[in-house]
Design a protein around this ligand. Structure first.
Ligand code: ANZ
Ligand code: ZN
Length: 869
C-alpha cells in the first residue's frame, strides 16, 4: 500500500463532501444543533488561533451530525472596520476592494482545512444585503425607543479635524497628526442598553453553561452599586441652581466630606463659564488629552474653585467649597461628588494639592471604649501625616464616627460593616428628606456613531424643517458610495455632496444624510441570528430562527467576553421586542466556550538603540542559538501569544502544505485542554504526522488481514468499547485532548492485536468514526477502506456496550509471610487453583521464595493471596 498522501486524500474527500452537499443545514424532523465560532475579521490571512477555534467547532459539528442532529455550522466575515480604511490611507486602495480580496484569500485558506461549514449561508457584514437589514433593524429599534440621540464626548483631533477612536489616541495625541487631542461634545446615536442593565445582570445566573469567569466579567462590567443621591444646598443660589445633587456609593463616609466637586461639563460649570472667559478657557484646557479611562485615570488632578459654598446636610455647622474637577465625569451618577479625602485616594490627592481639610469618618482601632483618645483622634482635622487614603473596607466592621452612629445613646456604639452603615446612612437621608437610595449601574448606553466611512450607514436624514427623519424602509439599503478617496483626513462621506445631499423623506425639502456610520460591534451583535436565514428579505425569518435558535454552542476568544457578548445579549432582547426573533431567544447563546491562545517562543536580539528586535522562527538557527542572516546570538522568550509584532508566528498554511489539514487539526486539538494555552512546536506537528501515517499503515494491514474461523475477539471488542466510551466523554465535555489521547492507545491496541481480519476491520471502522471529528479526511478514507457505507459523518455514532465497560479483572496483592511482595491481575471469577498457580509463577514471588517450596498458599478470592514460606 502507498504512503499516507494527505494532500490527495484531503482534496478528494473535500470535493466529494461538497458534491454531496453534506454540510448544508436543513430544517428537518431531527433535533437541531447550532454550533458557531466567532466569525473572523478579514485581516488578510488565517492564523493559527483561527485554526484552533474552528477545529474545535468542527469537532462538535461533525460529532453532532453523527449523533443524528440537523446541524447548523455557518461561517461569514466581520468585514467593516478601521484596518480597511487605514490600508486605503496607507496605500491608496479602496476599503471595499481590500476587504473582499482578503475574504477571498482567507476563504481559500479555510477551504483546504476541511471544516464542515455550510458555505451556502456565507455573508460578509459589508454586503449591502446584510447591512441593509441592519438598517431596518435600526429603524425598528428607533421606533421602539431602543436607540436615541444624546450628546457624547469624543476624541477630537484639531489638526486632522476628525474624531478619533480611543485606539487612535496615543499618549493623548492623535496618531497621525501628533496633535494634542481634545474632548468634544457631539450629538451621537446611542443604544439604550442601560435600560436593560438589571435584566442583563440577573439573567447571567441562568447561563450555567458559560464560564464563570465570563459571567463575572459581565457582572463587573454592568457594575451594579447601591448608593445615595443627595442634595447639598448652595448657601446662596447661583446661576439658577439652588443646590448640587451628588452621587455616592459611600454615604457612610459623609462625616469625612470636605468639598463638593462637579464635572467640567456640569450645567452649573457651563453656566458659570458662560460669564467667565477665564473659566471657559480653563475648561477647554482640562478637556485636552482624550476620553479613554486610562487617560482620565492618569491625568493630573486639576480643580477650579468656584467660590460657591454648600451646606452639609448631616452637619449643619459645616459648609464646604464647590470645585470644578477634571476627574469628575459628567456621564456617571449626577456628575457631582462630595470629596472625602481621608478615605478616597483621588480625593486625598486633590485635597493635598488645593489644601482642603482631611477628616476621618471612622476609626479602625479605637483604643478602648469611649476613651478620650478616641474622641481626640476622631476630631482630628486635616490629618497632616495622612498621605494615603484609608480606603474603607466593605466587609470588616469598623468604628464609625458621626451621624450614622447614635452618639448619645449610651452603650450603642459598636463596630459596623460598611454595608450596614451605608444602609443606615441612606435611611437617615431619606427620613430627613435630603436624599434617596439609588441603585446605579456602571453600564452606560452604547454610543454607536462613528465618524468613518467603512461601516454601516445610519439610515436617517437631517432636515432643517422636520428634524431627524428616518429613511423610508423601501429605500433601504442606504448603500455606501464607492467613489470616495482617503487622501484628506476625516470621513469621506462628509465630503460627498451627491451622496450626502438628499431630499427629506418627510417633506421633500433639501436635507442631509447622516454621515456617521455604525460601530462595527453592531454588525457582530446579530449575525448569529441572520445565519438562520441569511437570504431573507427581512433581518431574520422568525420561523427559521424558531427552529435554529439558540446557538447551542458558541466558541471564541475570551477577549470578546465583555462587549461582544453583552451587545449580542442586548440585541437579542431588542430583536425579540421588535418582532425579529421569537420569544425565548433573549439569551442567544446557550453554552459558551472560550479557548486558550496559541503560543510560541519569541526570538529577540537588541537593536542599535537597545530596542528589542524580533526574528521569525525560520530566521533563527535554534541549535546554534544564532540569527541565520547575521550570526548574532539571540535570546529566547518562553512561549507567549503568537503575534505579528513579536514575529513568533507560524503560518498554518505552511503546515497544511507540508503535512496536510488533518495533521494541523489533530495537533491543535491534541496537546492541551482547549481552555488552556497551547504551545506550538515544529516537533509536535511532525510527531502528529508520523502518528497519522501510522494509522494509515495500520488500516492497510487491517484491510489485508485474513478472516479467522470464528472472527471476533473479546479483548479487542473490549478495547473498542472503552475507546468509544472515553472518546465520547471527551467530545461531550470539551476534553478533546483526552479523546485524542485515547485514540493513540486504541491505535496501539488494534496494531498489537492478533485477532482475525474481520475483528480488526470492525475495530478500525470504529476507530475511523471516533477520529472523524478531528481528522475527517483520513477517517473517511479509512472508513471506506474498512468497508464502511456512505460518509463516516452520516454513520450513527458508535455506542459502547455497557457490559463491556465493566472491569472483570481484579488486582490481588500477594503477601509472603505477611509482607506484600507483588500483585497480579486475574479474572474476577478465576478458580482458586488457577490464582494460586499464577501467584507462584509471578517473578517477584519466585525470587522471594528463592527455590524453596511454600508451606501454605491461602487464596481469598477477590482480596488477597497469602503465601507462608
Ligand atoms: C464619597 C466617597 C467616599 C466615595 C469614599 C468613594 C469613597 P462606584 O462605586 O464605582 O460606583 N463618583 C460618583 N460620581 C462620580 C463621577 N461622576 N465622576 C467621578 N467619580 C464619581 O463609584 C462611586 C464613587 O465614585 C462615589 O462614591 C463617588 O465618590 C465617586 F471614601 O462618594 B464616593
Ligand atoms: Zn423635512
Amino acid at each position: 500500500m502507498d504512503r499516507y498522501d494527505a494532500s490527495a486524500i484531503e482534496a478528494k474527500w473535500q470535493a466529494a463532501w461538497d458534491e454531496a452537499g453534506l454540510f448544508r443545514a436543513e430544517r428537518s424532523e431531527k433535533p437541531k444543533y447550532y454550533v458557531l465560532e466567532m466569525f473572523p475579521y478579514p485581516s488578510g490571512r488565517i492564523h493559527i488561533g483561527h485554526v484552533r477555534n474552528y477545529a474545535m467547532g468542527d469537532v462538535i459539528a461533525r460529532y453532532k451530525h453523527a449523533r443524528g442532529f440537523s446541524v447548523l455550522h455557518p461561517m461569514g466575515w466581520d468585514a467593516f472596520g478601521m484596518p480597511a480604511e487605514n490600508a486605503a490611507m496607507a496605500s491608496g486602495g479602496h476599503p471595499k476592494t481590500w476587504t473582499y480580496e482578503n475574504i477571498a484569500t482567507m476563504k481559500g485558506q479555510l477551504k483546504p482545512l476541511g471544516f464542515s461549514l455550510d458555505w451556502t449561508r456565507e455573508f460578509a457584514t459589508c454586503d449591502p444585503e446584510y447591512y441593509g437589514q441592519q438598517q431596518r433593524l435600526f429603524l425598528d429599534m428607533l421606533d421602539a425607543g431602543l436607540v436615541y440621540r444624546k450628546p457624547a464626548v469624543v476624541n477630537w483631533d484639531p489638526v486632522d479635524m476628525t474624531v478619533l477612536a480611543n485606539e487612535q489616541v496615543i499618549d493623548g495625541k492623535g496618531w497621525r497628526s501628533g496633535a494634542e487631542v481634545e474632548r468634544r461634545e457631539l450629538q451621537q446615536w446611542a443604544f439604550a442598553i442601560s435600560d436593560m442593565a438589571e435584566d442583563l445582570l440577573e439573567s447571567l445566573d441562568g447561563l450555567e453553561a458559560w464560564p464563570d469567569k465570563v459571567r463575572l466579567m459581565q457582572q463587573n462590567w454592568i457594575g451594579r452599586s447601591r448608593g445615595l443621591e443627595m442634595t447639598f444646598a448652595l448657601t446662596a443660589p447661583a446661576h439658577g441652581h439652588e443646590g448640587i445633587e451628588v452621587y455616592t456609593t459611600r454615604p457612610d463616609t459623609l462625616r469625612g466630606a470636605s468639598f463638593v466637586a462637579i464635572a467640567p461639563e456640569h450645567p452649573l460649570a457651563k453656566a458659570m463659564a458662560a460669564d467667565d472667559p477665564k473659566l471657559a478657557d480653563w475648561i477647554a484646557e482640562v478637556r485636552r488629552g482624550g476620553t479613554t479611562e486610562a487617560a482620565l485615570e492618569t491625568a493630573e488632578k486639576r480643580g477650579w474653585d468656584t467660590g460657591l459654598r454648600v451646606a452639609d446636610p448631616a452637619y449643619p455647622e459645616r459648609d464646604h467649597p464647590v470645585w470644578i474637577a477634571n476627574f469628575v465625569l459628567m456621564d456617571y451618577g449626577t456628575g457631582a461628588i462630595f470629596g472625602c479625602p481621608a478615605h478616597d485616594q483621588r480625593d486625598l490627592d486633590f485635597a493635598r494639592k488645593y489644601d482642603l481639610p482631611v477628616r476621618r469618618a471612622f476609626e479602625e482601632k479605637p483604643t478602648g471604649g469611649m476613651g478620650l483618645r478616641l474622641r481626640a483622634k476622631a476630631e482630628e482635622e486635616n490629618l497632616p501625616r495622612l498621605q494615603e487614603a484609608d480606603v474603607p473596607p466593605k466587609d470588616e466592621p469598623v468604628w464609625y464616627i458621626g451621624f450614622v452612629v447614635p452618639r448619645h445613646k449610651h452603650g450603642e456604639k459598636r463596630p459596623m460593616t460598611a454595608h450596614e452603615a451605608i444602609e443606615k446612612a441612606i435611611g437617615w437621608a431619606e427620613e430627613n428628606g435630603v436624599g434617596r437610595g439609588k441603585t446605579q449601574y456602571r453600564l452606560r448606553d452604547w454610543g454607536l456613531s462613528r465618524q468613518r466611512y467603512w461601516g454601516c450607514p445610519i439610515p436617517v436624514v437631517h432636515c432643517d424643517a422636520c428634524g431627524i427623519v428616518p429613511e423610508k424602509r423601501e429605500n433601504l439599503p442606504v448603500v455606501l458610495p464607492d467613489d470616495v478617496s482617503f487622501d484628506v483626513p476625516g470621513n469621506p462621506l462628509d465630503r460627498h455632496p451627491t451622496w450626502r445631499d438628499v431630499p427629506c423623506p418627510a417633506c421633500g425639502g433639501a436635507a442631509r444624510r447622516e454621515t456617521d456610520t455604525m460601530d462595527t460591534f453592531v454588525d457582530s451583535s446579530w449575525y448569529f441570528a441572520r445565519f438562520t436565514s441569511p437570504r431573507a428579505d427581512e433581518p431574520v425569518d422568525v420561523d427559521a430562527a424558531a427552529y435554529w435558535m439558540n446557538v447551542d454552542q458558541y466558541i471564541g476568544g475570551v477577549e470578546h467576553a465583555i462587549l461582544h457578548l453583552l451587545y449580542s445579549r442586548f440585541f437579542a432582547r431588542a430583536m425579540v421586542r421588535t418582532g425579529h426573533l421569537p420569544q425565548g431567544t433573549e439569551e442567544p447563546f446557550d453554552a459558551l466556550f472560550t479557548q486558550g491562545m496559541v503560543t510560541h517562543p519569541a526570538y529577540v536580539t537588541k537593536g542599535d538603540k537597545g530596542q528589542p528586535v524580533y526574528h521569525m522562527p525560520e530566521e533563527v538557527d535554534l541549535s546554534a542559538g544564532t540569527v541565520r542572516a547575521t550570526g548574532e546570538t539571540f535570546d529566547t522568550i518562553p512561549a507567549i501569544k503568537m503575534s505579528k509584532s513579536k514575529k513568533n508566528v507560524v503560518d498554518p498554511m505552511d503546515i497544511v502544505a507540508r503535512y496536510g489539514a488533518d495533521t494541523a487539526r489533530w495537533f491543535v486539538l491534541s496537546d492541551s485542554p482547549p481552555e488552556r494555552d497551547f504551545e506550538w512546536t515544529p516537533e509536535g506537528a511532525e510527531a502528529v504526522h508520523k502518528f497519522l501515517s501510522r494509522v494509515w499503515r495500520i488500516a492497510g494491514d487491517c484491510a489485508r488481514a485474513d478472516r479467522a474461523a470464528n472472527d471476533h475477539d473479546a479483548a479487542l471488542e473490549k478495547e473498542t468499547a472503552r475507546a468509544v466510551h472515553e472518546v465520547t466523554q471527551g467530545l461531550e465535555g470539551f476534553g478533546f485532548n483526552k479523546s485524542v489521547a485515547r485514540l493513540y492507545a486504541f491505535a496501539n491496541a488494534i496494531n498489537g492485536s492478533d485477532a482475525g481480519g474481520d475483528a480488526r476491520r470492525a475495530a478500525m471502522r470504529t476507530f475511523a468514526q471516533l477520529m472523524a471529528p478531528m481528522t475527517p479526511h483520513l477517517a473517511e478514507e479509512v472508513w471506506r477502506l474498512m468497508g464502511g457505507a456512505g460518509y463516516v459523518m452520516q454513520a450513527p455514532w458508535p455506542e459502547a456496550d455497557p457490559a463491556l465497560l465493566v472491569d472483570d479483572t481484579v488486582t490481588l496483592p500477594i503477601q509472603i509471610n505477611g509482607k506484600r511482595r507483588a500483585e497480579i491481575a486475574v479474572a474476577k471469577d478465576a478458580p482458586k487453583d488457577e490464582v494460586e498457580a499464577m501467584a507462584l509463577a509471578d517473578p517477584a514471588v519466585v525470587r522471594a521464595l528463592d527455590g524453596k517450596a511454600p508451606k501454605k498458599v491461602i487464596v481469598v478470592p477477590g482480596r488477597i493471596v497469602n503465601v507462608v514460606a
